[in-house]
Write a protein that binds this ligand. Structure first.
Ligand code: PLP
Length: 432
């Protein structure tokens, strides 16, 4: 199957971590997010060990928690000795509540509000990844009031186009994120940061995009950033201690997507970093990488129950399920591809061309077009959308006042509910 934590039982039922998912949906209700804890840990260990092997003890993996954020995720990252990225007070609060060590938290975002900056300082967030000069000044002012010297990285835009979806590309000069080297903004903000009394510049950050399948992008980014570091040392006598290369490695949503060898890729990036540092006589900075999607995507799946199957002769067959863009908005947002299967009929031939759609009142509420399902598909069958661990739960909404789904984590032995199912009362809870 598309990921090796998935299998099919003798009776033709889909299994995740060796457990029939149809039993789980019967037990925990429909629709349902499932996550495989061992797969999450395996993915983290790939990065953690590859970074250590390539760059030594100073390197650290940061889990970009926007991909999937709830308390249990921070507990797992703490146990695996990873750091985390956060992008809002809500994510900071969740990490704090889970007992995550705040010195390993990196606070990102292109528009951190004053309240969020104060909140992050109050909670002792380790690093701010500063995106603009306005923000830099506010952090300096607030840190001064608290009498602390706040560690920061500056977000630099290397000017790279990653050929990924436009909505998730972030490395090009005109991005809303960061400060481009090309326009001189990067140097200006660096100069200012070096002159402010209450921030301590630890180094530089870049993030060039998402769903990237080659090391080439990271190698180009590292090359540009190291050249920048050498340039800044030349001009200002400051040598960066940390270089954060961002996230973005891709995952397999379809059988036709390539598989990625994270270890080999990081080793390739390492080779380039070492060569470049030698060429520029730079000390190799402490390297950070920030995977989000590639940590959680293949550890997740979403299960639905089929309702109506509408066959429009000569046109299309719609298979409607009991969720939709409210729990997985990515197809509606940018036609993100997914593999969709009938979880209780895995051994039947998939001969029926269908559109799998949600129950929201909007024609754009499509989970996936052109899905092949067994011709016998009918009300009550279980449909699984695979590889939904990233950017599904975290992007869910209450559209149509549909309660959000629970997350059930499959552990080594049993399973546990890590996010409870919302009720209709929850949906109306804040109405006055
Ligand atoms: C989104 C994001 C990531 C993670 O990207 P993935 O594609 O999920 O790996 C890492 N760093 C920053 C700054 C991000 O915005």
């Amino acid at each position: 199957m598309i990921c090796d934590n998935l299998s099919v039982s003798d009776t033709g039922r889909l299994q995740m971590a060796d457990r029939p998912v149809t039993d789980l949906i019967r037990q925990y209700g429909s629709p349902l997010y499932l996550m495989d804890e061992e797969r999450i840990r395996y993915n983290v260990r790939q990065y953690v060990s590859a970074l250590k092997e390539t760059f030594g003890e100073s390197a650290m993996m940061l889990y970009a928690s926007k991909a999937c954020s709830f308390k249990e995720m921070y507990r797992i990252m703490k146990e695996e000795n990873a750091g985390v990225d956060v992008v809002s007070a809500g994510e900071i609060y969740t990490a704090v509540s889970a007992g995550f060590p705040m010195d390993k938290v990196y606070f990102h975002g292109n528009n951190k509000t004053d309240d969020e900056i104060a909140f992050a300082l109050d909670h002792g967030v380790g690093y701010f990844v500063v995106d603009s000069r306005e923000e830099l000044r506010v952090i300096n002012e607030f840190a001064g009031k608290q009498g602390v010297s706040q560690k920061i990285l500056l977000r630099i835009t290397p000017g790279i186009d990653t050929h990924t979806y436009e909505a998730v590309a972030t490395g090009q000069v005109d991005s809303k994120f960061g400060n481009a080297i090309e326009t001189g903004l990067a140097e200006e903000i660096t100069k200012e940061a070096l002159n402010l009394p209450n921030v301590r510049l630890s180094g530089f950050h870049c993030h060039v995009g998402s769903q990237v399948f080659d090391s080439d992008t990271f190698i180009r980014a590292a090359d540009i950033l190291l050249t920048y570091i050498a340039d800044i040392r030349e001009k200002y006598g400051y040598e960066a201690e940390e270089l954060d290369l961002g996230g973005g490695y891709g995952v397999r949503y379809l059988e036709s997507d390539p598989t990625l060898d994270i270890k080999a890729n990081i080793a390739e990036v390492g080779q380039k970093v070492f060569d470049k540092c030698r060429e520029l006589s730079l000390k190799v900075p402490a390297i950070r990488m920030e995977p989000g999607r590639s940590i959680v995507a293949d550890a997740g799946m979403t299960l639905y129950t089929v309702g109506s199957v509408k066959r429009i002769p000569g046109y299309k067959t719609y298979v409607s399920v009991d969720g939709g863009m409210s729990d997985n908005p990515r197809y509606a947002l940018y036609e993100a591809p997914y593999t969709v299967v009938c979880a209780d009929k895995m051994k039947e031939d998939a001969t029926l061309l269908t559109s799998v759609v949600g129950k929201c009142c909007e024609s754009g509420d499509v989970l996936q077009e052109k899905v092949m399902l067994p011709d016998s598909v009918c009300r009550g069958d279980i449909v699984a959308v695979l590889t939904t661990g990233a950017y599904n739960y975290s992007m869910a909404s209450h559209y149509n006042r549909i309660p959000k789904l629970p997350v059930v984590m499959l552990g080594k032995t049993g399973e546990r509910v890590v996010v409870a199912r919302e009720t209709v009362e929850d949906v109306a809870r804040f109405d006055r």
